[in-house]
Design a binder for this molecule. Sequence first.
Ligand SMILES: [Fe+2]
Length: 265
Amino acid sequence: MEKDAFPDVSAATADTLYQDIERNGFGILREAIPGWLLDQAAQEVRAELAATGAEYFCHLGQERLARTSLGLLGQSAAFHRLLAALQVRAGLPPGREERILPVLRVLSGAAGQRHSHRFHFDAYLVTALLPIIIPPGPEAARGTLVIYPNRRPVRRSLLANLAEKAAWQNPVAARALAAPWVQRRLGGREMPTERGHLYLFWGYRSLHANRPCPADVVRATALFHFADPHAASPLLRRLEARHHRQEGVAQPVLGRSWAAAEEGS
Ligand SMILES: [Fe+2]
């Protein structure tokens, strides 16, 4: 059997990560990802940028990333165990067939400016951010993630969740949330992005977005989403069924696929 690319994390470390996320807004699993896997992921990104000439791309889902190094992490049993341990510590019952949703997000050129400051709440409770390619230079010019941690609880109702997202995920709110004085006032924080570390936070509960990147750099991050609090919602099922009929696609309309539309991690 192939060796798991993710380290086995002890219950004590999961406890510490949980406490850090609750208290500080995010937890850091240091030296979590082997160098060869990060090198391989960075090579895949650069090869795709060269082949397509695209400035921006976002690949979503285990199927889409299956043959990549990030797909390998998305299938990791040890990674799944850690995310499930955090979910349970947060008081959310484990889902029956909960899977990790990997996303690869790459910004370069003018797109690095356009796809910034899009503050949002994720559809999933746990978000893990893995830096793949981070531009050199000061933190302010690296597309750093800005996070307003733990701004809301997990909502019981999907409708309440959607209403709250609509209230915050718009250009007017984004402009305010991007302002340094608002960040100081409301406890906005910058999340450092060091290669090799994995950054964990409550994506569902935290407003977050990345700062702009200069046009001459590439920034690539992998995101791993886990635990949809509204997965069992009858309304969600109905919306998905309608979406499938209309679009004839296999992706659910909300929850799993929404993370793609929500940019900025
Ligand atoms: Fe996000």
